[in-house]
Write a protein that binds this ligand. Structure first.
Ligand code: ADP
Ligand code: MG
Length: 211
């Protein structure tokens, strides 16, 4: 069965559940090297998306990405709001008028992560969510191009995300609020990398159980 935005309400619920379960941990992480609002920012975005969930479920993917991006942009403050809005709007731009499917998604996703890099003027190695999204996009594109089956793709993506989060622990933050701490930013994983990994794990689990 092809994956359509009909799965969106389920994904939203699973993402909300995992962020709620880990809210305290993520807040502690963002308090250690940021200002502690990261999980609330994402929760505010998810709430806004909740009120459009049925509408989004009935769109095609490119239109769904656009609606998600615009909703997120209006609802989430902080660095993560504009970065996630950028990701979804770029997913829209790079998937519209292309055949629906994993190949288009994987290619559009990699370009969307490039757009986030550009927006945040950041790259891997700077202790941000990009330390998860960049390797995940690469793994996804490679696994899809190798014709791996869906479960294998999901497993690889989840493992890559876990490695990515852990890689942020000993990094020096050079972007975002954490960069104000200099050397003291070392020793804590990045909150935005952690929530990226949690969201990826929740999405993968929902897709596994739907397919
Ligand atoms: P703020 O830092 O404005 O309070 P959030 O707390 O919502 O925003 O998000 C913080 C997260 O955003 C960080 O943990 C980091 O992963 C990510 N981040 C911050 N600045 C950048 C950037 N320039 N590029 C990529 N990700 C960034
Ligand atoms: Mg913050």
């Amino acid at each position: 069965m092809p994956l359509t935005p009909a799965i969106f309400p389920q994904l939203l619920e699973a993402i909300s559940a995992t962020l709620n379960d880990h809210a305290e941990t993520v807040t502690e992480l963002d308090q250690a090297i940021g200002d502690g609002d990261h999980v609330f920012n994402l929760q505010r975005g998810l709430e806004a998306l909740q009120s459009h969930a049925t509408e989004i479920a009935n769109l095609d993917w490119p239109a769904a990405w656009q609606k998600i991006g615009m909703t997120v942009m209006a609802a989430i403050g902080g660095a993560s709001g504009s970065l996630y809005a950028t990701l979804f709007i770029a997913l829209h731009k790079n998937s519209k008028d292309k055949p629906a499917g994993m190949q288009t998604f994987a290619e559009a996703f990699q370009l969307a992560v490039e757009a986030v890099k550009h927006r945040g003027k950041a790259d891997v190695g700077e202790k941000t969510m990009l330390d998860v999204w960049v390797p995940v996009a690469k793994t996804l594109k490679q696994a899809v191009s190798e014709g791996k089956d869906l479960n294998a793709i999901l497993d690889q993506v989840c493992t890559t995300a876990e490695v990515g989060v852990e890689s942020t622990r000993d990094m020096l933050a050079t972007k975002g609020r954490a960069s104000f701490l200099g050397e003291r930013s070392k020793g804590h994983i990045d909150a935005g990398a952690k929530t990226a990994q949690l969201m990826i794990a929740a999405i993968a689990q929902q897709i596994r159980s739907a397919s």
